[in-house]
Design a protein around this ligand. Structure first.
Ligand code: NAP
Ligand code: MG
Length: 470
């Protein structure tokens, strides 16, 4: 894979300040495929200065012109979809068809949604004798994870550009090649120099320097709750805006009377997609005692539809997890589930392939709410099925973690499902298999985060108000 040996700053690829490199590894076989520069404080400082210098011009660019440039960016992403999908498969391990349809297709859809929003959003509001101006918040530090390397970047960059903000992106160290391709796309789209800047590097060095930089007005972070807590504290101390998209442990609640087969098949698919590396994955399935064993057998059968293997081969539906550390972590949780007395009904700790960071699609039954596999985010292809006696117990279990990001309810009718969903402490709930909506606000309650992404709520994160009285 080809990689840039510099940083994209002020409209050009510039030599990195330091000499250190980060190796990029293909998780399907453990081989190094490229290396990129590890950014230092010097690179971050140059990038923030470029973003600051470009801010007045970009903020003053009419929204329709900004929208047109976001549209041009979308067109480049679509034109280069094969190259993007290839790169995502190589550095993340996502099956190629999934990389193209979901990783790149999803990113293009999000970009498109902000083309329309930027053109139609009202950046001015009249309240009594005041005119309220919705102005760009300023320079944005975007810090993104590896699980959806392109989508997570786009979910921050597209609304920030639409709002009139300038940015510095620090992508995950595991997936920097996708970020470099994205920077090429921004350049090709004709976004003015300095509006978007890329610094590759590690979290503790480049990420930390960026989050703490005094030239940054908003830190928008997606990743683990542990790092999010630190970033929130740093931003708080500097009185900077912050948006945090963190972990999850979402509940899939199957109420009596629901279409059990459909609920289980959809639920299993939701957990296995992207090898379970999704913050909103429905990793806890809650089923009534009377239907419990039937649901367990259905789930054990359903995972057979997710053969793992080489992500480049057609027919592979489950790629490896992203790296050796995540591999160890996920296998550690599987071992812990067994130790704590859960019943393994599919998959388990054995490696399905001789090489690469593969984990067998795994299902645990007889999981109790206090077990680690029912409380902690695993970020792998592991489903826990918990029994409940009545709706009140189901609600207690569903709400009984520190997280509140996603969720699902299945019931005989929508009214019953919605009544239950209203009592769930979480940011999103899919009703009877409701589909993803690119315009719906996405974000967490409790320790799943602060702020919202996507749609008009996502755009509002990048705006601040100024009131003029007449
Ligand atoms: P992470 O460490 O929180 O990484 C997210 C981003 O923050 C990366 O770009 C990372 O850089 C950077 N970062 C790390 N430490 C930092 C610091 N002190 N200051 C500023 N930035 C910093 O998450 P991860 O290592 O990728 O994954 C670990 C766990 O996070 C997963 O198992 C999962 O539970 C959770 N996760 C959640 C989401 C989500 O969408 N909510 C996505 C991915 C992961 P590096 O790449 O160099 O670490
Ligand atoms: Mg990390």
């Amino acid at each position: 894979m080809k990689a840039h040996d510099g940083m994209y700053i002020d409209g050009a690829w510039r030599p990195a300040a330091g000499g250190e490199l980060i190796d990029v590894v293909n998780p399907a076989d453990g081989q190094v495929i490229a290396s990129v520069p590890a950014g230092t404080e010097g690179d971050v400082d140059a990038a923030v200065r470029a973003a600051r210098a470009a801010l007045p011009g970009w903020a003053a660019t009419p929204p329709a012109e900004r929208a047109a440039l976001v549209g041009a960016l979308r067109d480049v992403l679509v034109a280069r979809q094969d190259e993007l999908a290839d790169t995502i498969t190589a550095e993340l391990g996502a099956p190629l068809a999934f990389a193209k349809a979901v990783h790149v297709g999803g990113a293009a859809a999000v970009t498109s949604s902000f083309v329309e929003l930027a053109a139609s959003y009202s950046f001015e509001e009249r309240i009594g004798n005041s005119t309220v101006l919705l102005e760009p918040v300023g320079v944005v530090a975007a810090i993104t994870p590896w699980n959806y390397p392109l989508y997570q970047i786009v979910a921050k960059v597209a609304p920030a550009l639409a709002a009139g903000c300038t940015l510095v992106l620090k992508p995950a160290e595991d997936t920097p090649l996708t970020a470099q391709l994205f920077a090429e796309a921004v350049h090709e789209a004709g976004v003015p120099a300095g509006v978007f800047n890329l610094v590759t590097g590690t979290g503790p060095v480049a990420g930390q320097a960026l989050a703490a930089h005094e030239g940054v007005d908003l830190v928008s972070f997606t990743g683990s709750t542990a790092v999010g807590r630190k970033i929130g504290a740093t931003a708080g101390a500097a009185v900077k805006r912050v948006a945090l998209e963190l972990g999850g442990k979402s509940a899939n609640v199957v109420l009596p009377g629901a279409d059990l087969a459909k609920a289980v098949a959809t639920g299993v698919g939701h957990v296995m997609a992207n090898t379970g590396q999704r913050c909103n994955a429905l990793t806890r399935m809650l089923v009534h005692r009377d239907q419990y064993e039937e649901a367990v057998s259905l789930a054990a059968a359903a995972v057979e539809k997710y053969p793992s293997g080489d992500p480049r081969e057609e027919g592979t539906r489950l790629g490896p997890v992203v790296n050796a550390q995540q591999h160890e972590r996920v296998l550690g949780y599987i071992a812990r589930g067994i130790e704590e007395g859960a019943r393994l009904v599919a998959g388990g700790p054995e490696a399905p392939h001789a090489q690469g960071y593969f984990v067998a699609p795994t299902v645990f039954a007889d999981v109790t709410p206090e077990m680690a596999i029912a409380q902690e985010e695993i970020f792998g292809p592991v489903l826990s099925i918990l029994p409940y006696e009545d709706e009140e117990e189901a609600l207690r279990i569903a709400n009984g973690t520190v997280y509140g990001l996603g969720g699902a309810v299945w019931a005989a009718d929508e009214e019953t499902a919605v009544a239950f969903a209203r009592r769930m402490v979480t940011g999103q709930v899919d009703i009877n298999g409701g589909r993803y909506n690119v315009l719906a606000p996405f974000g967490g309650h409790k320790q799943s985060g602060v702020g919202r992404e996507l749609g008009s709520h996502g755009l509002a994160e990048y705006l601040q108000t100024k009131s003029l009285q007449f």
